[in-house]
Design a protein. Structure first.
Length: 345
């Protein structure tokens, strides 16, 4: 393992200067600081006072406003906490914005935490986290909405299959005009739910079906759900069934539909995607595809523990996670039938 003297030699500075940078003291030029940090990064330098805590994990969560208000994120964290605490692990929670911070800062942050492993909670696609953080040098797992990234241990949702099953269920009730309300399809999970919806419509070969129709919303709020309902339900040919791919959008949609004088499910059936039980406690409890967010957190923690116990992770420090040890676990969404769906009118 590199020492402070190795870093000083590589950066062409004195050990005292390296010490000032490590401890965050002023008085070192920016270009010198950058040179020292690059040397530390290249050598995977770990200060002795940042010794590895084998019973502590780092959890990186999205830094955007309201991330922890999300039932999705909070339930994943609950699953992580339940599993980690039961196994004698403590957790360090840190914000993470891969779109803003540069790779060097991210990698240095991970190195300085001195943890046994890392869990990364994502909400949108496009993170490429293994590359950004060079996390092949420390056990890690990614949990959440994202595209599959081979070579990374990850927990994913089978969103396409969920969209397929939600649509098949409504088709079994003989609905012929099924539409979808979705968060914008730049998001991988919502795009996959739409793809499953389209696939289910195509496979039926029924001549009486209306073509696929989807309204994409820029945000996932109750008011946006109300707006979507006003747009869809004011059409001359309004749908007989709607799939709403976000919980708050679904709540807003049903509230507005009732205010517009429609009876749920006599006039309109609604299937939601739920992250909590919020949709179960409406005046008309909603049929929903349930996102197993708590299980996602639990399985991510178990996956990380498996890495920590493997020969690849314990042979030396920093641990090397071999490509062969990487795994992907894809979890299904279950259909919960309540009172917001009925045979087509």
């Amino acid at each position: 393992m590199a020492t402070i003297y190795d870093i000083a030699k590589a950066a062409d500075v004195s050990p005292a200067t390296v010490s000032r940078v490590i401890n965050g003291r002023a008085g070192v030029k920016e270009e010198t600081v950058a040179r020292i940090r690059k040397a530390m990064e290249t050598s995977a330098f770990q200060p002795r006072w940042k010794a590895i805590d084998r019973n502590r994990l780092l959890v990186l969560v999205p830094e955007h406003r309201g991330a922890l208000d999300s039932g999705y994120t909070s339930r994943i964290l609950s699953g992580i906490c339940d599993t980690a605490f039961a196994s004698g692990f403590g957790l360090q929670l840190r914000p993470f914005v891969p779109q803003i911070r540069n790779n060097r800062e991210l990698k240095q942050m991970v190195m300085n935490e001195g943890v046994a492993g890392i869990l990364i909670v994502t909400m949108f696609q496009g993170y490429s986290l293994a590359e950004k953080l060079s996390l092949a040098q420390i056990p890690h797992a990614i949990v959440g909405y994202k595209t599959q990234d081979d070579g990374v241990s990850q927990i994913l949702l089978d969103d396409r299959d969920a969209g397929l099953n939600a649509t098949r269920y409504l088709l079994s009730l003989r609905h012929r005009h099924i539409t979808m309300v979705s968060f914008k399809h730049a998001d991988h999970g919502h795009r996959q739910r739409y793809a499953g919806y389209v696939e289910a419509l195509k496979e039926t070969r029924r001549s009486d079906l209306a073509p696929a129709q989807c309204i994409e919303m820029d945000t996932t709020t109750i008011e946006e759900g109300r707006s979507a309902a006003r747009r869809l339900l004011s059409l001359p040919e309004r749908p007989t069934a709607v799939i709403v791919t976000n919980e708050d959008l679904a709540v807003g949609f049903q509230l507005e539909a009732r205010e517009m004088g429609l009876s749920i499910p006599d006039d309109l059936s609604i299937v939601a995607f739920e992250e909590t039980e919020k949709t179960a406690f409406l005046d008309t409890p909603m049929t929903a595809m349930r996102i197993p967010a708590h299980t996602m957190g639990t399985e991510a923690a178990k996956m990380l523990f498996s890495m920590l116990n493997s020969e690849e992770s314990t042979a030396r420090r920093p641990a090397i996670q071999a490509a062969a040890s990487c795994q992907t676990v894809t979890l299904p969404l279950s259909l919960i039938v309540r009172r917001s769906t009925a045979p087509a009118p």
